[in-house]
Write a protein that binds this ligand. Structure first.
Ligand SMILES: [Zn+2]
Length: 390
């Protein structure tokens, strides 16, 4: 096969859909929906796929707003992922309106050029990235079964091939005591607020000892009902983050121990509930190199991460633990604009953002073609993956 000609063809098939893709991205931008509620976005993307004759399975992995479509036959299976949820209050401040659209564009373009090629592409519409770790549910729902590589992109303010995305977990702690009149019979009470504050202070002391690349932060969500009642309940929500999955596991034990000790000291009962872990993104080098080369051919130079940059956390991390994957950033802005800001919401609907979305669709499709054409790419990707996770 003539790979260069094939890549040119697939890029042309994205361009042929430019108007429809732009329209979809703008429509989704104008109707932002929160995690698990992305019905308009999912319905719009699915309707467009079906209008092109694609067979789409909705409610994939048991998530109402997830969807899956497949094309091709034989050869390696490359998953192309797209997100489409927004943030409370500030809409598409993470630019996810451009991600589901790019994935759909890449899939439809590939579908047209796969005749006679050994290779399969699975489009995965991924709900709930901003909250709820949708991809973790998709993984346990079997949506990634058989996948050899998973690729996606994220809009940003810099072209970055291997962004640092921290592993993260939420902890809800609840201290339960016994209410009593705070002046008449304090000796009858068990003070849950004291238990919580003692645990909080132990956690603050712990923060002085953790690695500077890791974070523990949170808020107290319940500190009692009235000043003249010994609080029988106090609660906090904490977040623990690290670029190192193993160190995160260690921090979890140590943070929990702060509150276990405090509960014993104050005779309270402790209830602790951990969320799913959002794992660190492990950028697969061979796949990243292929994507960077394709981006370069399309006029964009991908840069390595800068030492102190971090982009928060994403459930794509869990996917990259499971299979070789990439999550590069492509700039949609002229200069630095922080994500999750109203300025980024504005940026996510500009002509530059739409052009970058189409460029991302092409680069993702071209990277899938690399995997199909060059038998060694998936092999090298898997070797790198297994080296990272022995
Ligand atoms: Zn995002």
């Amino acid at each position: 096969m003539d790979l260069t000609a094939l890549k040119k063809r697939v890029a042309g098939r994205v361009d042929a859909r430019a108007e429809a893709l732009d329209r979809l991205a703008l429509a989704i931008h104008s109707r932002p929906e929160l995690a698990f509620e992305e019905r308009f976005a999912a319905d719009s993307l699915v309707a467009y796929l079906r209008s092109e004759g694609a067979v789409v399975r909705t409610a994939a992995g048991g998530l109402e707003t997830a969807f899956v479509a497949e094309a091709g036959g034989g050869g390696p299976l490359v998953a192309i992922l797209g997100e489409y949820d927004a943030l409370p209050g500030i809409g598409h401040a993470c630019g996810h309106n451009l991600m589901g659209t790019a994935a759909v564009g890449a899939f439809l373009a590939l579908r047209e050029v796969l005749n006679g090629i050994k290779g399969r592409v699975r489009l995965i519409g991924c709900p709930a990235e901003e909250r709820g770790n949708g991809k973790v549910q998709l993984i346990s729902g079997g949506v990634f079964e058989g996948v050899d590589a998973a690729v996606m992109y994220h809009p940003g303010d810099r072209d970055e091939i291997d962004p640092l995305m921290l592993a993260m977990v939420n902890l809800d702690v609840e201290l339960l005591g016994k209410a009593a009149h705070a002046a008449a019979e304090p000796h009858e009470g068990v003070n849950a607020l004291d238990g919580l504050v003692l645990g909080w202070n132990a956690m603050s002391a712990l923060r002085l000892l953790v690695r500077s690349d890791s974070r523990i932060h949170g808020i107290i969500t319940d500190g009692g009902k009235a000043a003249n009642i010994i609080p029988d309940r106090a609660a906090a929500r904490l977040m623990v983050r690290s670029p190192d999955n193993a160190y995160l596991a260690d921090l979890r034990r140590r943070v929990l121990a702060c509150f276990e000790g405090a509960a014993i000291a104050t005779a309270c009962q402790l209830k602790a509930e951990w969320s799913e872990v959002c794992e660190v993104v492990s950028t697969n080098r061979p796949l990243a190199e292929a994507f960077a080369e394709n981006a370069r051919a399309l006029g964009r130079t991908m840069h390595p991460r800068r030492p102190n940059d971090t982009h928060g956390s994403t459930d794509m991390g869990n996917v990259t633990t499971l299979v070789p994957g990439i999550h590069p950033f492509l700039s949609i802005t002229e200069g630095p604009v922080p994500g999750h800001s109203t300025a980024f919401t504005e940026a996510a609907k500009t002509p530059r953002a739409l052009a970058t979305m189409r460029l991302a669709a092409k680069a993702l499709a071209m990277t899938a073609l690399d995997a199909f054409a060059d038998g060694s790419l998936i092999k090298r990707a898997k070797e790198a993956h297994n080296g990272r996770h022995p």
